[in-house]
Ligand binder design. Structure first.
Ligand SMILES: *Cc1c(COP(=O)(O)O)cnc(C)c1O
Length: 297
């Protein structure tokens, strides 16, 4: 069994009068094109975990997430494709939405648990599953094997950039980028935009995952109220960006990232001649939870 997907994730240049005025170039790495459901960074985080689970003879993947988790859906789809059973442990009371329904369509069993036992996921796994057949994957896919997969974003690049921007939930993708940048001795600045409020802890988490943090700039002002929260200003920005670029983005991750990137261009953050790359980490099914609030007129 080969645990691989053919990767199609081109670096595309974007055009906007603002970029000409500020004399910068902007590119996007289209990890959203890797797979519609094993989306973007979630594939990169799962890849080495799947082969390791197989190597250990595990048959069932057990993972954790909130009710709109892209990681839950990605794990369900990957498990189906690569011959595992999957169990999704969902935080909070039983709910239903299109993301969870699609996860079930891919054959995932869902268990809803209280916020208290959810806090210690490793313990919950240990107490409820047989470790000889079941393989633990942390919330959001966070692990050192996931960092190894995300590092490959850097080795795939066909050009060099002065700045690379990425959104952060757990910071695992950012950790992989930091490791990749260091191992190739690139002079690239890594700008990380957390999508949660009060996210200064992310640097510690990135360090814990074995990545260097000295070249990371953490920009904590673009959370728009917190995880999965949005505001009219962000929704309006997203509508304008999608209609102009033809690139779909959503408010939970890449919308905040691209908003932050444009804001920094407006504020002359990047020196003239900068070559800026942002990573489109996918997760577009998250849009389904936001569309009815987008206020189309
Ligand atoms: C999960 C996710 C992230 C966050 O990635 P981390 O590695 O946890 O920081 C970013 N973007 C999208 C679209 C995601 O689904």
């Amino acid at each position: 069994m080969v645990f691989n997907l053919p990767i199609y994730s081109p670096e595309e240049e974007l055009h906007d009068p603002l970029f000409i005025e500020k004399q910068v170039q902007v590119f996007v790495k289209r990890d959203d094109k890797i797979h519609p459901f094993i989306s973007g960074n979630k594939w990169r985080k799962l890849k080495y975990n799947l082969s390791y689970a197989h190597q250990l003879g595990k048959t069932d993947l057990v993972t954790f997430g909130g009710a709109w988790s892209n990681h839950i859906l990605a794990t369900a789809a990957a498990a189906a494709q690569f011959g595992f059973n999957s169990i999704g442990i969902i935080r909070g009371e039983e709910v239903n939405n299109p993301v969870l329904q699609m996860a079930q369509l891919f054959g995932m069993d869902l268990h809803f648990i209280d916020r208290q036992p959810y806090k210690d996921k490793a313990l919950y796994f240990q107490e409820n599953f047989d470790g000889s057949t079941h393989y633990f994957i942390d919330e959001g896919g966070r692990s050192t094997l996931a960092v190894k997969g995300c590092k490959e974003i850097i080795s795939e690049l066909t050009q060099t950039y002065s700045h690379i921007l990425v959104a952060a939930g757990t910071g695992t993708t950012a950790a992989g980028l930091a490791v990749g940048i260091e191992s190739q001795k690139l002079a690239t600045n890594l700008l990380v935009i957390p999508v949660l409020k009060n996210a200064d802890f992310i640097l510690e988490d990135v360090k814990e995952l074995g990545a260097p943090i000295d070249k990371i700039n953490l920009l904590t002002e673009y959370h728009f109220g917190g995880y999965a929260k949005t505001k009219k200003e962000l929704n309006d920005f997203i509508k304008d960006f999608v209609a102009k670029s033809g690139i779909l983005i959503e408010p939970t991750y890449t919308g905040k990232l691209v908003y932050g990137m444009f804001d920094l261009i407006h504020k002359d953050y990047y020196p003239k001649g900068s070559r800026i790359l942002f990573i489109h980490t996918g997760g577009l099914t998250g849009l389904l939870g936001h569309l009815d609030k987008m206020d189309f007129d």
